[in-house]
Design a protein around this ligand. Structure first.
Ligand code: 5AD
Ligand code: SF4
Length: 479
């Protein structure tokens, strides 16, 4: 790969560094004069991979595109600019993205003015960027997670100066407030409360791709929530890689329990948050969640492994016993709470006995839902350098057994809803049958149900008739 002047390429070693430098906050978003109207008569399409942080970033990208005059299209064939917002959490995500870019080659051949841009976490990875620059000439714009706000000037260079633009900062910069946002949901909204992560779990690429933890000021978050309430949003989800650590990078006055309470008092009907790390889950948080009816009784609490030695190697800072005692506290203090989790199998050298400890925790906690993964070595992370004696076959067998186990409990938990009435926030209706609607309960269970005169965004009382592993079936109670 030839490096060109003006290109800024990622560097994982740089990305790993942490400084004590205070985070700068920027409140203005200024479009450079020459980029003001570059979107007039042009359209864009966004493809998003990965977690909610990426979904929310795509809403910012869309907001910026709108501010330049572009219009959003749902059909990629009609787009003048395609933005692919990527995820780097596991290797198979990379293959999927490369497959999609490969498919866009045809569109580029038909229209050499087509701009294909790649951004997001994968763009922060050295190996991926090298491969992309060398083998995918159709990608003419590459930028990272720390420079979304520069999209107008980058697009100008690609569209009018016919340059291939590569601008990926390895270190996080400022926190930008007031970037434009085009929310994709009408009733549910994401609100970032912090960016980045300093936990450095040994398997995880996020602290490298998203930089050091930077919390937003509480006033800014509360103002955004108030605005969403005024706009009629019914549910907001507070987002952070580890929301419990909110504010620790600012000062002692800031903590998640205080923020959550202030958000609850604004009065949006449903408040959720994700993700919580078991390590700094405070008693104050439990008090607040228990106290406010509009904070949903649903906690996503990643376990990762049920074996204390593996947890230590993962750098998770809690033992099996500590996880279980936190779980017990949660179910005691929050009535009817549902708990979901993330689990990784096949961490380097995980023995059968150690895997059994994970199953033991699943058997104890009987999670409502779980996201389960085979360990995927991410370049640059400590775990990727560990020798591993466990075959892929064994890992696959463990994943299958783990899934069978948690699926059994999820079904059991769902069956307990049969004959009960739940409140559902309606997302929409089935395409095939306009009498079948779907939405989520307070405990985050997907419900498909029948009814009359129902609109997306309504709260509906639904009687549950049947239960499956991943959803409930019911009918609306006529008022
Ligand atoms: N391999 C497999 N799973 C991973 N996760 C994070 N990094 C890896 C990895 N290298 C999982 C964790 C995390 C979830 C978002 O993705 O379970 O909680
Ligand atoms: Fe990754 Fe751990 Fe940070 Fe979660 S807490 S984003 S798993 S490093």
């Amino acid at each position: 790969m030839k490096q060109k002047a003006g290109w800024i390429l990622p560097n994982l070693k740089e990305a790993q560094k942490r400084t004590k430098k205070e985070t700068e906050r920027i409140n203005s978003y200024i479009i450079p004069e020459n980029a003001r109207f570059i979107g007039i008569n042009h359209s864009y399409f966004i493809s998003t991979y990965g977690c909610q942080a990426n979904e929310r970033d795509s809403e910012t990208l869309a907001g910026i595109m709108d501010s330049l005059g572009f219009s959003k299209v749902e059909d990629v064939e009609k787009a003048d600019v395609i933005l692919i917002n990527t995820c780097a959490i596991r290797e198979n995500a990379m293959e999927k993205v490369l497959g999609e870019i490969g498919n866009f080659k045809r569109l580029y051949r038909q229209n050499p003015d087509l701009v294909i841009g790649v951004c997001g976490c994968m763009a922060q990875e050295e190996g991926f960027v090298d491969r992309l620059l060398e083998k995918y000439p159709q990608v003419r714009l590459l930028f990272g997670t720390h420079n979304l706000q520069e999209l107008p000037s980058m697009l100008y260079s690609v569209m009018y100066e016919k340059q291939r633009v590569v601008r990926i900062y390895s270190r996080e910069g400022e926190v930008y407030e007031n970037l434009p946002v085009h929310r994709f949901g009408k009733h549910k909204a994401w609100v970032n409360i912090m960016y980045g992560c300093d936990k450095f779990c040994t398997y995880c690429i996020v602290p490298y791709t998203r930089g050091k933890q930077r919390s937003r000021y509480m006033d800014e978050i509360l103002a955004e929530v108030r605005e969403l309430k005024e706009q009629g949003y019914k549910e907001i989800t507070l987002l952070g890689q580890n929301v419990n650590a909110y504010g620790k990078d600012i000062d002692d006055q800031y903590d998640f329990a205080t923020l959550l309470e202030k958000v609850a008092q604004i009065g949006v009907p449903r408040i959720r948050f994700t993700t919580s790390h078991p390590w700094d889950f405070s008693d104050e948080m439990l008090d607040v969640i228990g106290k406010y009816e509009n904070i949903m009784p649903f906690i996503h609490l990643p376990l990762q492994s049920g074996d204390s030695k593996i947890l230590k190697l993962m750098g998770r800072r809690y033992s099996q016993e500590e996880y279980i005692s936190l779980y017990n506290k949660i179910i005691e203090r929050i009535p009817n709470v549902a708990v979901s989790t993330d689990i990784i199998v096949g961490f380097p050298n995980e023995s059968d006995e150690q895997f059994q400890h994970t199953l033991d925790v699943v058997n104890y906690c009987k999670f409502d839902n779980a996201f389960t993964f085979i360990f995927s070595p991410r370049p640059g992370t400590p775990a990727s350098r560990m020798e591993d004696s466990i075959s892929l076959e064994t890992k696959k067998a463990r994943l299958a057994l783990l899934n069978k186990t948690w699926n059994g409990y999820a079904l059991e938990k769902n069956k307990a809803y049969i004959g009960k009435t739940v409140t559902v926030l309606v997302d929409g209706f089935s395409k095939k049958n306009q009498m079948v609607f779907s939405g989520y309960t307070e405990t985050n269970k997907l419900v498909n149900f029948t009814g009359n005169h129902i609109q997306p965004g309504d709260f509906v009382e639904v009687y549950i008739d049947d239960a499956k592993t991943f959803s409930l079936d019911g009918h609306a109670i006529e008022k």
